[in-house]
Design a binder for this molecule. Structure first.
Ligand SMILES: Nc1ncnc2c1ncn2[C@@H]1O[C@H](COP(=O)(O)OP(=O)(O)OP(=O)(O)O)[C@@H](O)[C@H]1O
Ligand SMILES: [Mg+2]
Length: 219
């Protein structure tokens, strides 16, 4: 699904943040991405989402070499990927419902076709009674769940989630983890960046550990 070969990343003239990363994300796989703060988890998520290009090395996405993919083609590829950003990136002038429905609207779908799905997903993440409020009045955990719902609404082939349980209490973190596991069983590859040890201990999943710019993988 995604393959990295000797990928390196630096920002500007800074030091190499990621060095010699070689790994694959298989279809329908489940993995945690861990490592201390500043290790490069968010940077790696951005590389996987193609919002950042590597400084060196090769990235293949859905069997295509990223270096020859044009800017115009990126949205099409990204459509297969759902992403939950560490800082949520909800649009403050749209309601929770509208934020979650937005990816479908962008695809040109009719509201009558997706309305029930959006409401069901919002209920699933526990936001059934927060649908019609604007993000600025949501709590951190509510924003997080809205961002997760927005990433899932298109039923992506791959879900990238950056610290998706950073703002929720342990019971809700467990519930979200179950949601990710269920999603994975339905065929979506899942990559969760986290330093939440309690979360890691709940699933026997592949671990990708970043330290000093290098990646170690424990299957
Ligand atoms: N846009 C940027 N420009 C320059 N340096 C950056 C940029 N983004 C990240 N960095 C640097 O790259 C390194 C890795 O950052 P990154 O955000 O990927 O780490 P992280 O593992 O996600 O950390 P955290 O657990 O705190 O979220 C850090 O040293 C950071 O300062
Ligand atoms: Mg981060």
């Amino acid at each position: 699904m995604i393959r990295f070969e000797n990928v390196g990343l630096r920002y500007g003239m800074g030091p190499e943040i990621l060095r010699d990363l070689t790994f694959q994300i298989e279809p329908q796989s489940f993995q945690f991405l861990t490592g201390p703060s500043g290790a490069g988890k968010t940077s790696l998520i951005r590389l996987l989402f193609m919002s950042l290009r590597p400084t060196r090395g090769l990235i293949r996405v859905f069997d295509r070499d990223l270096s020859v993919i044009s800017k115009q083609e990126l949205p099409e590829l990204r459509r297969k990927i759902g992403v939950v950003f560490q800082d949520f990136r909800l649009l403050d002038h749209l309601t929770t419902y509208e934020n979650v429905a937005l990816p479908l609207r962008v695809l040109g779908k009719e509201e009558s076709d997706y309305r029930a799905d959006v409401i069901e997903l919002l209920k699933w993440v526990g936001l059934g009674d927060r649908m019609h409020v604007l993000p600025p009045v949501l709590s951190g955990g509510e924003k997080q769940r809205a961002a997760i719902a927005r990433a899932l609404i298109t039923r992506p082939d791959m879900l990238l989630a950056d610290e998706p349980t950073g703002n929720v209490d342990p019971p809700l973190a467990r519930r979200l983890l179950r949601l990710f596991i269920e999603l994975n069983k339905l065929g979506t590859s899942v990559v969760i960046a986290t330093h939440d040890i309690a979360l890691l201990e709940q699933v026997d999943a592949r671990r990708m550990v970043l330290a000093d710019g290098r990646l170690s993988i424990f299957d």
